[in-house]
Write a new protein. Structure first.
Length: 237
């Protein structure tokens, strides 16, 4: 039996590392806002029942009128105020779910090269194991550096992976993780860390080096190149 899936998309970052007046989630690639590109794949995924978007509180009208309605993103059921941290934005999205699903998929709003296969494979794996994240094995040499930027040691990269999104979890596991984090004042950089911390295993699905998160101006340059390659033979998103 198919499990119901709700997507929560945190996109409440202020984009300070971009250095411009426009928040990074509204910057464009190929004329399309990053956020619209990210949401579009979730919109088209048959597995996704609905989408909950977490954004800066003052951007609600802008998102409805400039992102959601113009791009036909009618699976977006709620736009909620994000928090100071990514985990706060995800938690606020979880709290907006009125009919608890079996699984929750979390995807960064500024990771615009999401592929349909990543959605389906991570959902399929989470159905089996309870939690699955998209990731890439690390190929670079990795070194631990101290506060003076002096190398302390070279790490064995075997078994090290760059973690991406989407990340898919059993709803009850993710809710428990966020409730415990709030109670214990845990601070994490992704939801998988919460699931690990409360003692549940998290599986990995291999992603792509194209599945980048747009955080800095350099990322936007790389993103333009990826967009041109991916969409060279298409006229839409």
């Amino acid at each position: 039996m198919s499990k119901s899936v709700v997507a929560v998309v945190p996109a409440a970052g202020l984009g300070t590392r971009m250095g411009g007046a426009t928040r990074k989630q509204y910057l464009t690639l190929g004329g399309f806002p990053l956020l619209a590109l990210s949401l579009n794949v979730l919109q088209r995924a048959e597995s996704i029942r609905e989408i909950i978007l977490s954004i800066p509180q003052q951007d609600s009208d802008y998102c409805w009128n400039q992102i959601i309605k113009p791009f036909g993103l009618n699976k977006v059921s709620h736009v909620v105020a994000g928090g100071a941290r990514r985990q706060d934005s995800v938690r606020n999205g979880l709290m907006a779910i009125s009919d608890p699903p079996d699984l929750v998929l979390v995807h960064d709003g500024v990771r615009p090269f999401l592929q349909h296969d990543f959605v389906e494979q991570s959902i399929y794996r989470a159905k089996e194991t309870g939690a699955a994240v998209v990731a890439m094995p690390m190929h670079d040499t990795v070194k631990r550096v101290d506060s003076r930027r002096v190398i302390q040691e070279t790490l064995n990269r075997e078994g090290l992976w760059h973690i991406q999104t989407p990340q898919v979890f059993r709803y009850d596991w993710l809710l428990k993780g966020h409730q415990q984090a709030q109670k214990e004042n845990w601070e994490v950089t992704d939801d998988a860390a919460l699931i690990e911390r409360i003692g549940y295993p998290v599986s990995v699905v291999e992603g792509s080096c194209f599945n980048i998160k747009i955080t800095t101006p350099d990322d936007l340059i790389f993103g333009e190149a990826i967009f041109n390659k991916v969409h060279s033979n298409r006229n839409d998103m």
